[in-house]
Ligand binder design. Structure first.
Ligand code: 4AD
Ligand code: MG
Length: 478
């Protein structure tokens, strides 16, 4: 009879390093560095070599496995050295974890065995030992740049930021909804859609229906699906990939980015929405500053000097609120000359957003009540005039410009229906009108670009450097 347990035992018995496998616990670099209980422990460390220093009497290695920015120092007899132990090679080290005599680290491993698991040809490897490579260079190697210090830190920070955002919502009574990636609606109505089709489908003659029978797109926002869900769960959020076919090579646009979105029922004022935006921003940021101090320090030192103070300042300041009309007045009085128009009714461009933030002392600014004609159909009509506005709110932040976009939604059937009629969208949005027919309540929400959030906290100039695999016009590597 086949006994998998026996097979594993037999295979292990043939394995030259079986003793280590069976006896010694595998420990991450981070765990090893922080286990300072005074005892000596047998450990097995797996990772990639970050430096090799062979002296006459002793061999020093530094190993990293992605669990921390710091490397673990390995001290070994020169007899354990061999030419395959090089920068970039994958190794497994077995030995004793001891207190280090060196000043640079608390703990180190006295190696008894070093096994090279995967060799690395350092001549061809695009990254060189102890060299700092510019981000334009590392971007060319999306399959390898995660092995650099900077990108390692970025991805740990990104992971913590994701957890901090989830935690904020879980702690504040929001239900997590997985909104779809493929959708048949264009929430923002801006026509920046990627259309989805099946390449394998061979339609019969005369069949023009396409895979879904209707045009389908990659989502530009989960908002409309969240509006459905807020009609049952009151406070909901989603956090997922979002797609925009914007033909932009700018430092703050991607074709695929992550958006955090929320929708809240029984919400009647923009103040309530702004409060959640500010709380989310501050709660995630203070959590990051606490939990990722070491990784953040790399950015604060090498990427954006002075950013630590700037990020801490964002936590202390109360965000400013101004209307779109006030913003236009400030821009009109500005000594700067702008490329784009600052007439009432024009959209705020990056240059305007940056000026406004600087003008207010580098404090985040909520700009509220935008022109009716600038914004999508779902925003609540303020029914004012002659400068007709909707209850929209954008949050502008230092270094980035627009970080959040949100609004109250038009919950009144008698206002929404004629607006959809004028846009020729009534038929498409019957289900959306149903939400206003059956138990409609005042509600609103917002979306925050996750990569722009990271740019703002880390002081990273280019959005392509805060996402593992950036997608933008003429580039879809891997
Ligand atoms: O302002 P936007 O377009 O708002 C919406 O999509 C709403 N439906 C959200 C909602 O209310 N639920 O996008 C929200 C945010 C922007 O403020 C920006 O930070 C980010 O998403 N964003 C982008 N980030 C990177 N690349 C792009 N191409 C982006 N487009 C928007
Ligand atoms: Mg926007």
């Amino acid at each position: 009879m086949f006994a998998p347990g026996k097979l594993v035992t037999r295979l292990l018995a043939r394995c030259p390093w079986r003793h280590y496998h069976r006896r010694i616990a595998r420990v991450s670099v981070n765990k090893a560095l922080s286990s300072d209980d005074g005892s000596t422990k047998q450990v097995r460390i797996q990772g990639w070599v970050r430096s090799v220093r062979a002296q006459k009497e002793v061999l020093f290695l530094h190993i990293n496995d992605g669990s921390s920015l710091q490397n673990l120092q390995i001290v070994a007899e020169p007899s354990l050295n061999n030419s395959a132990i090089s920068f970039g090679a994958a190794v497994e080290v077995s030995g004793t974890l001891v207190k280090s005599l060196g000043k640079k680290q608390n703990m180190e491993v006295k190696a008894e065995d070093i096994r090279v698991i995967g060799e690395c040809n350092t001549k061809d490897f695009p990254f060189k030992i102890k060299e700092r490579h510019p981000s334009e260079y590392t971007r060319q190697f999306p399959h390898l740049r995660c092995r650099t210090n900077m990108f390692g830190s970025l991805l740990r920070i990104r992971s913590e930021a994701t957890a901090a955002i989830q935690e904020y919502f879980q702690n504040n009574g929001f239900l997590h909804i997985h909104t779809p990636i493929i959708t048949s609606n264009d929430c923002e109505g801006a026509g920046e859609l990627f259309q989805v089709e099946a390449t394998s489908r061979v339609p019969a003659a005369g069949d023009h229906r396409g895979f879904f029978g209707v045009p389908a797109f990659l989502t530009v926002s989960g908002q409309l699906h969240l509006e459905v869900m807020s009609g049952a769960f009151t406070r909901v959020f989603t956090f997922g990939p979002t797609f925009r076919a914007e033909n932009s090579q700018s430092r703050r646009h991607l074709a695929e980015f992550y958006m955090v979105e929320t929708e809240m029922s029984f919400t009647e004022s923009l103040e309530d929405i702004m409060q959640v935006m500010e709380n989310l921003f501050k709660s995630a940021t203070s959590s990051l500053l606490n939990k990722c101090a070491e990784d953040l320090s790399l950015f604060f030192k090498y990427v954006s000097p002075g950013q630590e103070e700037r990020s801490e300042k964002l936590l202390k300041d109360k965000f400013i609120v101004m209307s779109y009309t006030e913003a236009i007045e400030i821009l009109k009085r500005a000594p700067d000359t702008f490329q784009y128009s600052t007439e009432w009714g024009c959209d705020l461009q990056t240059e305007h957003e940056k000026y406004l933030v600087r003008h207010c002392g580098d404090v985040p600014i909520f700009v509220i009540n935008y022109p009716y004609d600038l914004k999508p159909f779902y925003m609540r009509d303020n029914e004012d005039g002659p400068q007709h506005t909707v209850a929209a709110v954008d949050l502008l932040v230092p270094g980035v410009g627009e970080l959040f976009g949100g609004s109250l939604r038009e919950e009144r059937l008698h206002v929404l229906q004629p607006r959809l009629d004028r846009l020729g969208l009534t038929e498409t949005y019957q289900w959306y009108l149903d939400l206003r027919r059956f138990g409609s309540v005042p509600h609103g929400g917002f979306g925050m670009g996750f990569e722009r959030y990271l740019q703002c906290i880390l002081g990273v100039d280019n959005i392509k450097d805060v996402i593992p695999f950036p997608r933008h016009p003429y580039s879809c590597l891997l």
